[in-house]
Write a protein of this length. Structure first.
Length: 327
């Protein structure tokens, strides 16, 4: 088995921690890096006893030093939910710009291949449906979500500049809505928000009339797609997500059925620039990576619900008042 060394930024976050697990399983020496501004050490504490895992408590927006060789860098450091990036907008912009620049510089110095975590949010409130990688997006750069959307768009541009100018090996994954264990109950996104409300016996809050759509991919499927993309020869952006589309009203109804609660759905005004529809075209991932999601939503929801139920009851805290969106 390989003992190549891989750096994963945002390692204590939802996706980063699952990637650490995968690369340890595949036989890599994993260096996790996180400033813990939204990450949680509990997500990776089971790895601390592993011989081939080490953790750096560091902000990638500052100069990065990692001694020794690196084969791969996966840049997953960033707030990823509206409630986070609206509370810390400048840090969100910095990790997408300065953080990406620092990681690319490190990759260049180590002759490492770098994969960046981009997002379906670069498509904004899309005028094309489903979204293909060729679509340039419909983004409001000065709207409340612009700090995240534009940080990710800049991140892609910077990554392609390093690829084209320096010949750096780069990969770009555009991640669509993902769910699974280790999400934060209070991060403001649809699934943890709905389940948190159900656990507390509250009505489920849907913004708008609930007709806006999302496509939810289970985390194990996403990690498999990312792993295949990293090891592929393809350098242009690739959508990774589940094309099974559902309205948020239907999704809330599924959560009510899953949790067996008697709560009803209540409606609130739609936030500014909230996307009306979101569904990936994964033709490129199917063709190039031989990838498509395998986990059915019913199965994934059950596993996620069991995880949330296992958390201490004090973590079922009431939704923060700053909550403004439901991605």
């Amino acid at each position: 088995m390989s003992k190549d060394r891989v750096l994963i930024t945002g390692a204590a976050g939802f996706l980063g921690s699952h990637l650490c697990d995968r690369f340890i399983k595949e036989g890599y020496h994993v260096i996790g890096m996180d400033n813990l501004i939204t990450g949680d050490l509990r997500n990776i504490e089971h790895l601390f006893k592993q011989e081939h895992f080490e953790f750096y408590h560091h902000d990638v927006s500052k100069f990065i030093h990692v001694p020794g060789p690196l084969t791969y860098i996966l840049h997953f450091a960033s707030p990823a939910s509206p409630i986070d990036y609206l509370k810390i907008p400048i840090q969100t912009l910095k990790v997408g710009s300065l953080g990406t620049h620092n990681c690319l510089g490190l990759a260049k110095s180590k002759n490492a291949r770098m994969l960046i975590a981009s997002t379906s949010e670069i498509y904004g409130d899309p005028l094309v449906h489903p979204q293909t990688e060729e679509y340039w997006g419909n983004v409001n750069p000065i709207g409340p979500r612009g700090v995240y959307d534009e940080a990710k768009r800049f991140q892609e541009a910077m990554t392609m500049a390093y690829h084209n100018f320096h010949g750096l090996e780069t990969r770009i994954v555009r991640i669509f809505n993902t769910y699974g264990p280790r999400m934060r109950l209070n991060d403001g996104r649809a699934l943890p928000a709905f389940i948190g409300q159900a656990l507390r016996g509250e009505d489920l809050t849907v913004f708008g009339d609930g007709s806006q759509t999302r496509s939810f991919c289970y985390v194990d499927d996403l990690v498999e797609g990312i792993y295949r993309l990293l090891l592929s020869d393809y350098y242009l952006p690739v959508n990774i997500g589940n094309p099974s589309e559902i309205t948020l009203k239907q999704f809330a109804e599924e959560v009510i059925a899953l949790t067996g609660t008697k709560q009803k759905i209540v409606y609130r005004p739609l936030p500014v620039d909230d996307p009306k529809q979101r569904r990936p075209d994964i033709s490129r991932a199917r063709e190039i990576l031989g990838w498509e999601p395998k986990v059915e939503r019913k199965e994934g929801l059950k596993a996620t619900y069991e995880y949330f139920k296992s958390l201490p009851s004090e973590e079922w805290a009431r939704q923060p008042k700053e909550f403004v969106s439901r991605s």
